[in-house]
Write a protein that binds this ligand. Structure first.
Ligand code: SAH
Ligand code: SF4
Ligand code: F3S
Length: 438
């Protein structure tokens, strides 16, 4: 059998897609974890910010040497960059044999075969219906405990800064039985945690002759498969996080008390420009409702610093919103213009680089304090923790996560990977909790 090496960049959806790709190619290729011995090298790429793309271009240049050593090596580029800059890549990066966009993975066997004759092949067609629902992903890089399950693809929101709707195409939901079957199979194989994935899972919607299924219905059905299974989800757009969904999370102990709820910017002027279609007041109301219905709910967010036209006052409102909500953690970015987006067409990227950086650093420093504070509040409390594996720092310790998605490190005692244990938190840093099994 030939050997396949896949390198994955970008979001969790790309991780899930790489597993689908491994499955599509499984007849001819088996996965290797050694890049030196592969016959086929795939790079699953991300376009969300310029630095993501620069990293991948650098990687492609490194592959030139590999190709010199091994004349028969085939290299393919998958994912969002394939969609965004196909022509540019073909001209500039000579190492590529083929390019496949996120909806073209079923064509991979054909692209690989045809490119082996020496002509570069590509397929970047986007689909309105493709969800790969019948493909059982090969989880080649798994701890055997947690898995991603893709429930929808694409995005219709067109936040003005964001390239995703262009690289991933229109939003579409996957047939619900195929999702529940995949979760059931994972449970039967000993998995203890699934994360249901989509760019905006709250707008999951399936309708056919005899059913109408919302995300709240779907996650409830997934949670009922086994009380031993933890169910998580990502990502939620604030505009459609419904009371119904919040109640479902609150009512099921195995749906994790954790919501990733990106707010992006704290001022209404910026939110409007970003086309996020909610206000600061609406966002704060959603947070208050979440905390009323799920008092122990963990909250994290995404924040962009220095979007077009952002004033110092707008920035202060971002800091203020962070302080008001006290997020447990956050992913924080500096605005990066993406060609082809609404913002690139309509607005000027006018915040100077050093101002963007300074604002981003202020955001990061504040979040550092908030994360520490959040973790300090947990000292003395007990949490149910799913043991995910041995800690990187010490063989004598495990790491796992609380329902709220916080990482906890604790001495092994007699627990096994995949067990649920009660851990009492004794100390913390801003990044992790430390404790003991009780
Ligand atoms: N669908 C998800 C996010 C996908 S992209 C959601 O709506 O929450 C992940 C994050 O990248 C976004 O939440 C945003 O904070 C950031 N991002 C997207 N485009 C960006 C850009 N052009 N510059 C900087 N950050 C960006
Ligand atoms: Fe991008 Fe907005 Fe869609 Fe998220 S919801 S993927 S930020 S367009
Ligand atoms: Fe990146 Fe595409 Fe995901 S742009 S964040 S890999 S959807």
């Amino acid at each position: 059998m030939k050997k396949l090496y896949i390198e994955t960049y970008g979001c969790q959806m790309n991780v899930a897609d790489s597993e689908v790709v491994a499955s599509i190619l499984a007849e001819d290729y088996e996965i290797t974890h050694s890049i030196e011995e592969c016959d086929l090298l795939l790079l699953n790429t991300c376009s969300v910010r310029d630095n993501a793309e620069q990293r991948i271009r650098k990687r492609l240049r490194e592959f030139k040497a590999l190709k010199k050593q091994n004349g028969s090596l085939q290299i393919g580029l998958l994912g969002c960059m394939a969609e965004r800059i196909k022509e540019q890549l073909l001209n500039e990066e000579e190492v590529l044999d083929f390019i496949a966009g996120p909806d073209a993975y079923r064509q991979l066997p054909k692209l690989i075969k045809e490119s082996s004759c020496g002509t570069v092949q590509f397929d970047v067609t986007l689909s309105k219906t493709e969800t790969y629902e019948d493909i059982i992903p090969i989880r080649y890089d798994t701890n055997g405990i947690s898995a991603f399950v893709s429930i929808m693809r694409g995005c219709n929101n067109f936040c003005s800064y964001c390239i995703v709707p262009y690289t991933r195409g229109r939003e579409r939901s996957r047939e619900p039985n195929s999702i529940l079957q995949e979760v059931t199979d994972l449970v039967n194989h000993g998995y203890k945690e699934v994360t249901l994935l989509g760019q905006n899972v709250n707008s999951y919607y399936w309708k056919d002759d005899n059913r109408e299924i919302s995300f709240a219905n779907l996650i409830e059905d997934a949670a009922k498969i086994s009380p031993e299974l933890r169910v998580r989800f990502a990502t939620s757009h604030p505009k459609d996080i419904s009371d119904e969904l919040i109640h479902v999370i609150g009512n099921h102990s195995n749906i994790c008390s954790y919501i990733h709820l990106p707010f992006q910017a704290g001022s209404n002027a910026m939110l409007k420009r970003m086309n996020r279609v909610y206000t600061r007041e609406y966002y704060l109301e959603r947070v208050a409702t979440i905390r009323r219905i799920i008092p122990d709910c963990g909250l994290s967010t995404d924040i962009i610093a220095g979007f077009c036209g952002e004033t110092e006052e707008d920035h202060l409102q971002t800091l203020d919103l962070m302080k008001t909500v006290e997020f447990d953690s956050a992913f924080m970015f500096k605005y990066s213009v993406r060609e082809g987006t609404l913002a690139a067409k309509k607005f000027i990227d006018d915040v100077p680089e050093e101002t963007k950086l300074r604002r981003l650093n202020e955001i990061i420093n504040l979040q550092q304090q908030l994360s520490l504070k959040s973790n300090q509040r947990d000292i003395g409390k007990e949490f149910e923790v799913l043991v995910e594996g041995v800690s990187k720092r010490s063989k004598e310790e495990y790491f796992g996560r609380t329902s709220q998605n916080k990482v906890v490190i604790f001495p092994k005692k007699d627990a096994e990977k995949g067990d649920y244990v009660q851990v009492k938190v004794e100390s913390c840093t801003a990044a992790t909790l430390k404790g003991k099994i009780v």
